[in-house]
Structures are given as structure tokens and as C-alpha cells.
Design a protein around this ligand. Sequence first.
Ligand code: AVW
Length: 249
Amino acid sequence: LVITVLSLGLGLGLRREKHQIKPVFLSRCEKFSGNNCQKIWDAFQQAYVNQDPCKVPVEAYDPLIAAAPFKSECNRMLFWSKTKDVVHDFTEKKDCFITLEDTLLGSVLDGLTWCGKEGSSDTFTTGCPGWTDCENNPVRSFWNRASAAFAEAACGAVTVMLNGSIATPFHPASIFASVEVKRFKAPIVTNLTVVLVTEKHNVARCTDPSLKDLRKELDKGIQYNCKEVPRSEIEACSSNPNITCGTCW
Ligand code: AVW
């Protein structure tokens, strides 16, 4: 009996682990109405199941992006690099900006790990390659593909929150620099505002050399400006119900 109970428990545990991601995917997806979440799940899965988890190219997610495309939200799109916590704390409290993680695909997959295996049609959530273990891993390829599509939808005045407390706020290896900036096109995108989030011991300011590189890489015709804003001010603004969108900085 002990063995039966043990193996039953283990079997259920393993089975639950194997399918862990699908209920999370579907329940997060259902929060966005008007979507066929099963169809979106199928498009997601086809990108990586039955594949070597180090050989999933960025393009494998093209059908997923087509199944759940990004809406252009002019003047409301917020990008970020090394500022994830402060940005999402802000967007959670104030409905001013849309980040990738506020969209259907971004919110469904935020914080998740997944991969497939050759010869199996299952989705695994453990034993998957890490972000830097191999370049073409399912998670990294997804975020690169989704970031490209999100940036292609950018329009009007675009904002990016960069980290003013690190040596290189605009780092060439970041997704923001390597994938997103290149896809901002004038005249659809008119302005880019850098909000440089500063702490007490900030090392970089708007004069940081990496921000000169950002300016150089911007499509001609996109107006650039940069503002140093203390993290405490951003936090105070997000918590103040009397302040409306656009007056935080
Ligand atoms: P980021 P990005 N290992 O803060 O500009 C594990 O550097 O790249 O900002 N996970 C990693 C690694 C790593 N070495 N590097 C990056 N990540 C993951 C989409 C991790 O989940 C939005 F639209 C980290 O929190 C932003 O504008 C996330 O990538 C832009 O891309 C961001 O790394 C932010 O990408």
C-alpha cells in the first residue's frame, strides 16, 4: 500500500510538473478577453516542441506573433533595460504606459521557463538551457522575437527607462539596444525620451557616452531627449493618485 501510494503521488507529481506551464499559460491568457487561447497555445508550442532546445531560432515564434499580434499604442509604449522592477512597479500602479509585459504574450510568458526535447511532444519546465547556455534557446528566442514585434509596433512618442546606476545604461548587448532601438522608424516614431533612473550613488547621467551611441543609432527624424529622474520620485509619482499621466517627469 505504501509503495502504491508513494508511486501514485510521485506519478501525479511528475505529471503535474510536465504540464505545469499550460494551465498557467491558459489562465493568464484568459484574462485578456477576445482571444482564442487554445489556438495561441498551439502556435506557442509548435515553436519548440520536438526540437533540440539549443536550436530554436527567433523565427520559430513568427506564427505565435501572428496569432497574437501587438497593437500600436501611440505615445504609450514604454521600453526598459536593467530597470524591470521600477518599471513594472510603475505600470502596475498607473495606467499610463504599456510595456511588453503588459501585453498578452508578454504577460503570459513573463517569468516562465520552457523547452522541448527531440522525440517528444511535451513541454518541459526543468532541465531547460539557461539564457546564456546557448543562444538559440526557446526562452531567449521568444523574448527576442516578441521584443522585435513590440518595437515594430512603436508609434508617436516612445519612452525608455534606463538604469543610471550602472556603468553602461545603454548596453549594446541588451535587447533594448540590439533588437528594439533599430526598429523605431521615423516618422511613425516621432520622439524618444530616455528616463534615466538615478539612485543616490548614480554613476551615469544624461551625458553618459553610451547615450551618445543611442542618439547616433536613432533613425534620423526621431527627436531625442533625456531626463534624470530619481527612483524615489518615480515611486512617489506612481503612488500619488492626484498625478495624471505625463506629469511624472
Ligand atoms: P535587461 P534588455 N540571463 O534588463 O534591454 C537571464 O538586460 O535586455 O534588459 N535572463 C536574462 C539575461 C541573462 N543573461 N539577460 C536578459 N535576460 C532576461 C523587452 C531577463 O528576464 C522589453 F521590451 C531580464 O529580466 C524591454 O524594453 C530581461 O531579459 C527590453 O526587452 C531583460 O534584460 C528589456 O531587455
